[in-house]
Each structure stands twice: as C-alpha cells, then as structure tokens.
Design a protein around this ligand. Structure first.
Ligand code: SF4
Length: 485
C-alpha cells in the first residue's frame, strides 16, 4: 500500500456522522455563523447548514472537512473529537482556578477634576475623610495576598489616587515585603495633573506603570474633564511625556471615554493617540454609573450613535494599518482573542462566568469591598447589591464566598441564561450582572432590550463578516488576537 492515497480514500464513504454541540446565527445574505463550545467559528451557507443538521452533508465537500476539523461534527467512532473539544473547553475556563488577579485600591475619593460623566462620584479635594487609612490599606493587602493567583496586580484608583501618594508608597512597600512567592505588579490610574519627579522616581524604583485618560484633542478632553485652570489636556499630555522620559515609552497607557462631545470626531481622537505614539485605542462607551447618570450625561447619546462612532473608528484603524501604520482597537482585539485563542483576556465585562470578584475586586477607601469597579459606582448611587463586606470586620472567606458575589455569578452565567444559551456568540460574550442590575434591577436583564447585548451582538456579526469579506482584514484581525503581537 502506498504512503499517499487518492482523496476518495480519506472521504467517509458511509456518510455517517454525529453532531457535536453547536449554535448558529443568521448573517447578511444567505450565510450563517456557526460556533461551538470552544468558540471556534465558521461561516456556511444556509443549504450547508440544513444538510449538516439533517445528516446529509456530502463527506467530500469543503464544508464537511472544515466542520469536522473544527469539531462541529465527528465521523470518528472513537472519543477523540469529543476529548479534543473538552480539552479546548477546559483550557478556556482554566483561568477560573487562578481566581482574583486584579486588586483595585481606592486610596482616595478626592479629585481636583470635576468631570460631568465621572464614574466614581468624586468628592471635592479638601475632604480628607475620603482618604483610605493605613489600617484599611494593610488589611486590604492581607486579603489581596490571600488570592490563589500567583500574579497579583494592585491598581491604585480614586478620585485621584496621587492626592494620597504617601499611602500608595506605604502599600507598595508593605505588599512587597509580604508577597512571598507572589509576583506583584502595580499600576496607578491617574489624570497626571499631579505627577512630579519625586513620584516618578518612586515608580521607577518599584516598576510601577501608569494608566491615564486621554479623551482626544484639547477641545474634547478639556470639555470632558474640567479642572481649575481649564487645562486638564495640557496637564495630561505633559504628564505622558514626563512619565515616558522617566519610565520608558510603554510605561503609560491611556483610556478614552466616549461622551456626546466625542461623537463625530473619532478620527481626530485616533489621530491624537497616534500623535502621542500610542499603539492602540479602546473606543469604549460611557457606563451608566456615577455622575454620568446623575448629570444625565449617560442619556446624552444612545447605543446606536456609539455603534456608528465605533464602526467609523474601526474602519479608520483598518485603513491606517493598510497604509502601514500599526495600530489596533482594544475592544475588538479582546473579542478576537476570545475568538481565535484559548486565552481569557480577563476583561471583566466580557467574561462569563462574570469577572466580578474573579477577575477583579475593589477595596474602597472606607474599607468596604466591592465585586468590581462598577459595583462601587452602583453603591454610590444607593444600590449595594455587590457590596461584599468590610476589610476590617470580615474574613477572606466571608467576602469571597458571600452570596452577594456567588449568586450573581451563578445566575448570570451566559451559558444558562435565556437567549444567551442559544446565542452563537455566547463564547465571545460576557455576563455583566452589574450593568444589568444597574439598568434592569436583576442580574440577567432582558436580552432583546439589553444595550449590552445589542451592542455586542452587532460587533460580533460585524467582525465575523468583515473578516469573511476581506482577506486583508482577516489577517489583520488574527494578528490582533495575539495580545502582545
Ligand atoms: S448577551 Fe446577547 S450577544 Fe451576548 S451571549 Fe447573550 S444573547 Fe448573545
């Protein structure tokens, strides 16, 4: 018998196959997206889908071969296909065993900015009572280091955390002295107005990186982020340069928030990021929390307008790449990582089971512990559904086994939620019980009306169809799936 056989030899002549679990969703035209438990996807025409489910698919067709290769069907009498699928699924969920990696310390609620959409309902900067105490900080460090995760990231947030820089110094030194075999890393999320050489020399010594806000060109940034002197943009860009001089070009990242001032200006906003040599942007929508809701900023534009803004930006970024400018959109990249790899990017909003408590946890200035950053914003508005305990009076077990954490995680698990359990995009989506509780007062929400669902559904379809239509975009998007490429 020769080593290589004609193609007919490899075809399953019996045409008997079993279906492995999959879901499907109509796309434009005659096409359907089919996805499986491990998040693999294919686009096939309706007749191929019908033949597939009726067990009439021609075993010599390209669709048959592709569907078999990606574990939508098996003609193997052994369990190999099922085992491969289950390995992929286990790998996808393995991140759960690491538990909480991100620990957010709200070291002060004070801030000298007064952004109308601020998500933390900041206090004016003379209220020292809104600073975290050393006692709360020390107890929070104990809890953070109890996490099973080997890699612990401590992120300092506010208000403006640099208004309580002495406490940041204390936490960094104390956590490092008690870290044992944990790998610690630190981030300060700051508007950079108060950054100076002394702070930067401490950051350099302890390898602390900076996350800041850049909402776009001067007019947009200053309109979004009022401060005394009206110069938040000038402070931010000067701060970015200063951080880079001291800590290196990659030591500072920037986040933007889309407000009604941003709409219609996505290209200028992206150009601003390019001007300051950032390699990507996160075109994120405004969250329905904190001052954004109180000041009605959240209602200033709807999901449809954000979607247009996002798509215009994404197309502009694709075009930039086509012209040789390497730049990416991070929300799309997160989805692509989930679509093409078995890695869990760890973006809390797109995790299912939800990332609250699992992906991140918040130690508030007053000792209260929240399941996520958005959870503490909800609490500021009077909804304490995700308040897990107090660092001064509760144990690690009290906090992380609190039904206020376990119930929403269980109830919102997309795999068992109505509509999500049938959705072809469940593997790429998240649960986000905090958003849904904030808007609908339950952990699940009504998906047909859910802005979270509508927004993500549209993006998943767009990304899949865009790749199918243009081989260049497919290559580009596959490179974005690798977070560090
Ligand atoms: S929220 Fe919507 S898009 Fe996401 S899995 Fe559920 S049904 Fe699908």
């Amino acid at each position: 018998m020769s080593k290589f056989q004609p193609i007919e030899f490899y075809k399953n002549k019996k045409k008997e196959y079993s279906l492995l679990p999959f879901r499907f969703e109509p796309l434009s035209g005659n096409n359907y997206a089919v996805t499986n438990l491990a998040g693999e996807h294919l686009i096939i025409p309706r007749d191929a889908l019908e033949n597939l489910v009726r067990h009439k698919l021609d075993s010599g067709s390209a669709h048959y071969v592709n569907l078999r290769a990606k574990h939508f069907l098996t003609d193997d009498k052994t369990q190999i296909a099922k085992e491969l699928l289950s390995i992929k699924l286990r790998t996808k969920y393995s991140v759960l065993s690491e538990f909480t990696g991100l620990h957010i310390f709200v070291v002060s609620l004070r801030c000298e900015h007064s952004c109308p959409y601020c998500q933390v309902s900041r206090q004016s900067d003379d209220k020292v009572k809104f600073d975290m105490s050393t006692e709360v900080a020390d107890r929070s460090i104990d809890l953070a280091l109890r996490s099973p995760s080997k890699n612990i990231k401590i992120e300092f947030q506010g208000g403006e955390p640099l208004l309580n820089f002495p406490l940041i110094k204390h936490i960094v030194v104390a956590a490092k002295s008690r870290a044992g075999d944990k790998n610690l890393s630190f981030v300060i999320a700051t508007n950079l107005a108060l950054i100076n050489e002394e702070i930067l020399s401490f950051c350099k010594e302890h390898e602390i990186i900076i996350s800041t806000s850049l909402d776009g060109p001067k007019e947009i940034h200053n309109a979004n982020r009022p401060r005394p002197g009206g110069n938040s943009y000038e402070k931010a860009v000067a701060g970015i340069q200063l951080v880079r001089e001291h800590l290196g070009i990659d030591a500072v990242s920037a986040l933007m928030t889309t407000t009604k001032n941003s709409l219609g200006h996505v290209k200028e906003i992206i150009d601003e990021y390019l001007r300051y040599s950032f390699t990507g942007i996160f075109l994120r929508p405004l969250s329905p929390y904190g001052f954004a809701l109180k000041t009605k900023t959240y209602a200033a534009y709807d999901a449809e307008r954000w979607h247009d803004f996002y798509l215009e930006g994404l197309e502009y970024i694709i075009d930039l790449n086509r012209r040789g400018v390497k730049f990416r959109e991070y929300y799309t990249s997160t989805i692509l990582t989930k679509m093409f790899t078995s890695q869990e990017p760890g973006y809390v909003d797109l995790m299912s089971p939800s990332g609250i408590g699992i992906g991140a946890v918040v130690y508030n200035y007053d000792g209260l512990v929240y399941a996520s950053d958005e959870s503490r914003m909800l609490a500021e508005m009077g909804d304490t559904s995700f308040e897990l305990g107090n660092v001064l009076t509760n144990s690690y077990e009290d906090i992380f086994l609190n039904p206020k954490l376990l119930d929403p995680i269980e109830e919102s698990f997309a795999y068992s939620v109505p509509m999500c359990n049938d959705c072809a995009f469940e593997s790429y989506c998240g649960a986000d019980p905090v958003f849904h509780h904030g808007v609908y007062k339950d952990f699940i929400g009504r998906k047909p009306e859910s802005e979270f669902c509508n927004r993500n559904m549209k993006i998943f379809k767009y990304v899949i169809e865009r790749m199918e239509a243009d081989p260049y975009v497919k290559r580009l998007f596959m490179s974005w799936a690798q977070p560090n490429a």
